[in-house]
Write a protein that binds this ligand. Structure first.
Ligand code: PA5
Length: 352
């Protein structure tokens, strides 16, 4: 198929994934505004640790918030993707249980553990068992109003966290960066949209270049978890193998697989995320990675994030990745929304 054939969009994207990706900038704005006025319980202030518990599409917002906190040098946020909670969680910890559906058993288990340890708890969800258990215990719930698959609700899993962090006094006022991130996403939106022809649409062009290959995405510093987002989106939307790596760690192992002696050299496509906010040493590492890939003849592309602030660079790189994963789905002839294997797994796990 060709990505400029509008009929194919109607045939394959029956549940409107494209419209949800298109709506991401507006969603980020709505989520931010909702979170600024959300009645945040006073006792959350003074928490010495913040742990976001969630899985998959409901965890990635926590990763992005954690990267931003680390990049800006503010109080650390950690993300827990498992049952229970790590030992360090205690009464001085704020545990934010993030589950779009409110039915994810790992996240429910984390919330139960948080209550058992006397931690301060906040939930972010559309409802489900999590909302009901919060109601029974008098725990605050930030309501997610978006209808769609969890991974499309990234605005609601990230921007409220940013608002809460500043309201709790553990981050600076990020309103200017939020404004810039949304404006940059809006500026790029038209050129990434299905209505923009492949010749002038970098997301379509990159999807065409990737073709049938598995994707490895590399990011560093504030773009580390953006690389993970690309992997998750390509796996779920495109139903394709994707992996992510972070610099500088990849320079101590994975880089050998990108060398001239690499086996399956043509089986992979490497996407190197690049942001102007990288430190000079990291920018040098990124350049050297591109040079190694070039020398080895491994298909790759540098994707440069737009904007000045770290947040704008993160969100423009996320938007690009979301569209690339969408176009890869169409090129591979699959519905970008349906998750038959994940649904099957969840059903089987619920059986016993
Ligand atoms: O994108 C998805 O649908 C998944 O990764 C889900 O986010 C994940 O299974 C967790 O479900 P929930 O987001 O409802 O907690």
């Amino acid at each position: 198929m060709t990505l400029d054939d509008t009929q194919a969009y109607r045939r394959l994207d029956r549940e409107g994934m494209g419209a949800l990706i298109e709506g991401l900038p507006a969603q980020c704005r709505a989520a931010w505004e909702q979170a600024l006025t959300f009645p945040l319980p006073h006792e959350y202030r003074g928490a010495r640790r913040i742990v976001v518990a969630g899985m998959g599409g409901s965890a990635i917002g926590g990763d992005l918030a954690a990267d931003l906190q680390a990049f800006d040098g503010y109080a650390p946020v950690s993300v827990h993707r498992d049952y229970g909670l790590p030992p360090l969680v205690d009464q001085d910890t704020l545990v934010i249980a993030s589950s779009y559906s409110g039915h994810t058993e790992e996240t429910l288990s984390s919330a139960e553990e948080a209550w058992a340890r006397g931690a301060r708890v906040l939930a972010m969800t559309t409802g489900g068992k999590l909302a009901r258990r919060c109601q029974d215990r008098g725990t605050a719930v930030f309501p997610v109003p978006l209808k769609g698959p969890p991974r499309t609700a990234l605005g609601y899993s990230l921007f409220p966290l940013l608002a809460f962090l500043q309201r709790l006094g553990v981050a600076r006022d990020r309103a200017p960066d939020v404004g810039e991130a949304i404006a940059e996403m809006e500026r790029l939106a038209g050129g990434l949209h299905p209505s923009a022809a492949t010749a002038g649409n970098p997301a379509k062009a990159l999807a065409e270049r990737i073709g049938e290959r598995a994707v490895v995405t590399l990011g560093a510093q504030h773009l580390t978890s953006v690389a993970r987002r690309w992997k998750c989106q390509i796996a779920e939307n495109s139903k394709a193998w994707a992996f992510w790596e972070a610099l500088p760690e990849a320079h101590h192992n994975a880089i050998e697989a990108m060398g001239e002696q690499s086996v399956n050299r043509d089986g992979f496509f490497v996407v190197l995320l690049r942001g102007d906010a990288y430190s000079p040493r990291m920018a040098r590492r990124s350049d050297l990675t591109a040079e190694a890939l070039e020398r080895a003849g491994i298909p790759h592309q540098v994707v440069s994030a737009a904007g000045e602030s770290a947040l704008a660079q993160m969100m423009t790189a996320v938007l690009m990745g979301d569209w690339v994963s969408y176009y890869l789905a169409l090129l591979r002839g699959v519905d970008p929304t349906a998750l038959p294997i994940i649904d099957w797994l969840k059903e089987r796990m619920a059986e016993g």
